[in-house]
Design a protein around this ligand. Structure first.
Ligand SMILES: [Cu+2]
Length: 143
């Protein structure tokens, strides 16, 4: 085996790990931009098309200084947000990030977060895989 063939074989062997793509689809992805420097919120529907449960553990975006997984809840009449470090999506299940519930908290949004624009968000899973999807930016009214 020549060195060239050996290198090619090594690249092939390494390829599956590097290309780990989760069996998920992301749809209805959008970001609510608020005026000024207020945090923006990302919403989407994540469908797990695979045969195994997957666990969403983080989000990131070049358009956010920092992105966090949050959940809004009303407790005793008070609106409250909590950090979520792991959200499991069962096999063939769907997870909804929507106003009033789960959202991606986009702290220090960049200038790209303006209504009519598009930003990309990356969702990371516990198994090390990730998916990147375009999110349409809407205004405070969700339009
Ligand atoms: Cu939040």
């Amino acid at each position: 085996m020549s060195l060239r063939t050996l290198l090619f074989a090594l690249v092939l062997a390494a390829a599956p790990a590097a290309a780990a793509t989760p069996a998920v689809t992301v749809s209805d992805a959008w970001v609510r931009a608020l005026p000024g420097n207020l945090p923006a919120a990302g919403y989407f529907t994540l469908r797990n098309t695979g045969d195994h449960a997957i666990t969403l553990v983080a989000a990131s975006s070049p358009a956010c200084g920092m992105a966090m997984l949050h959940k809004s809840e009303t407790m005793g009449g008070m609106a409250h947000m909590s950090d979520e470090s792991a959200i499991e999506v069962p096999a063939k299940g769907t997870l909804s990030f929507a106003p009033g519930g789960y959202h991606i908290m986009c702290m220090s949004p960049s200038a790209a977060v303006k209504p009519g624009g598009t930003v990309t968000m990356t969702l990371r899973f516990k198994d090390g895989s990730s998916v990147t999807a375009p999110f349409a930016v809407r205004n405070a009214a969700g339009k």
